[in-house]
Design a protein around this ligand. Structure first.
Ligand SMILES: [Ca+2]
Length: 415
């Protein structure tokens, strides 16, 4: 074999072997690498979305630590925090930590399903809405830079035109009945122990000639805009119809601005168990100050029973820049290309607003002028998710407790 071919084969082998090693190394992450058994932790529980504050006085045992080394985790992923007064390296009187918290959702449940596509929704967990955050402190010798919400203090408001609209995204995810999926047809009903086929919580069953209504708060809709609706329905019966091409479900879904004047959004027949997803774009004139969705099972197909459930309804709509509730969570579409983006809210009645951009990890102190609120953010082409809260009405966690992780031992019995 000529020497060059041998060299080429050898180099191919070395390259393959190295990439094999790299893959092996990459596969050896287990998701708990964030846990350091030599660091102290605080276990922080919360159940609603918003900005949370932990004062130095809430955690006196931590006032001896360097706040520049504080680091927050949720579900194994580092979360940004804002630490007021960390510049002096002392977590002292008046200093505090702020972070954006969100309840536990269904994303950690996904791995239990046979496939991710079989999980009907990830808005709510099958087990708990309590999210657990872990605050730790890195050693002073650590070279890691913990994630921070950086202050954004630009104030040249007059150089920018305000973004005309805000976007609100809301979900209603009924948690009334458990849907087990299709059963194995034997003398008795048997269900697989695996999670699959849209298994999980949904609305109570809706039967023939019955309906259920779901109401969204949709104040300050922007005229001439459109809204996006996503509705997932679960077929929860499979009445025997000999002709396999005929349906055994008939569902209609109406939208009712302020609960009146229904407009038909969905009229669908289908067959069997499992989920059906309907997506619609609707004109803003179909939204009111509240917007109702009515889901009906129509009794006009030749079946003895027809049961469905509602998995979720998601509504995204555009609002004009009117007053916002404390801890309002919304998106800011960046329709105006500029160096910065101006958020302007009229009729803002609070006294000391604080704005978080949780997409760009920024914390902004808006300007209040009468009832007008202005805040500048760095521009980027993507939508930003924003949370606006009143400083005096910041959230406190449900509980904070000290936690020490232990290194697992191969000799210990953990049963
Ligand atoms: Ca300090």
């Amino acid at each position: 074999m000529p020497n060059t071919i041998l060299q080429r084969l050898l180099s191919v082998f070395i390259v393959s072997f190295c990439s094999f090693l790299a893959q092996t190394k990459a596969q050896n992450t287990y998701g708990f690498e964030w846990i350091k058994t030599d660091q102290p932790y605080l276990k922080i529980k919360l159940v609603k979305e918003g900005v949370y504050r932990i004062n130095a006085s809430d955690i006196p045992a931590w006032t001896g630590f360097n706040p520049q080394k504080f680091q927050l985790f949720k579900d194994g992923l580092e979360q940004p925090i804002f630490v007021s007064g960390e510049g002096d390296g002392v977590f002292g009187s008046g200093d505090f930590i702020e972070f954006y918290g969100a309840p536990n959702d269904g994303k950690l449940d996904t791995e239990m399903f046979r496939s991710a596509a079989e999980q009907a929704q990830v808005f709510k967990s099958l087990f708990s809405d309590t999210a657990v955050y872990f605050l730790t402190v890195l050693p002073n010798s650590s070279s890691v830079s913990p994630l921070r919400f950086l202050p954004y203090t630009d104030a040249d408001y007059s150089n920018y035109t305000p973004e005309p609209q805000l976007e609100f995204v809301q979900e209603i995810v009924p948690q009334e009945d458990y849907y087990y999926g299709a059963f194995i047809p034997t003398e008795q009903k048997y269900y697989l122990s695996e999670y699959g086929a849209a298994e999980g919580m949904m609305s109570a069953l809706i039967g023939q000639s019955q309906s259920k209504s779901y109401t969204f708060q949709t104040p300050n809709k922007a005229a001439s805009s459109s809204a996006q609706v996503e509705i997932k329905i679960i077929g929860a019966s499979d009445f025997f119809v000999p002709n396999p091409t005929l349906p055994n479900h008939h569902v209609r879904i109406y939208i009712l601005p302020d609960g009146i004047n229904p407009t038909l959004l969905v009229d669908s027949t289908f067959r069997g168990y499992g989920e059906r997803l309907f997506k619609r774009t609707v004109n803003a004139n179909l939204l009111g100050a509240t917007t109702v969705f009515r889901v009906e099972v129509v009794n006009d197909i030749a079946v003895g029973s027809d049961f469905i459930g509602v998995s979720y309804i998601q509504l995204s709509y555009q609002a004009n820049n009117q007053n916002l509730a404390n801890q309002a969570s919304f998106y800011l579409p960046k329709t105006l290309v500029a160096a910065k983006t101006l958020l302007q809210i009229s009729n803002y009645t609070g006294a000391s607003p604080v704005l978080y951009d949780v997409s760009l990890n920024r914390r902004v102190l808006p300007l209040k002028s009468g009832n007008q609120l202005q805040a500048l953010l760095p521009y980027n082409a993507a939508k930003s998710k924003l949370i606006l809260h009143e400083s005096s009405q910041v959230f406190a966690p449900v509980s904070i407790s000290a936690h020490q992780f232990v290194a697992p031992s191969e000799f210990a019995n953990y049963q």
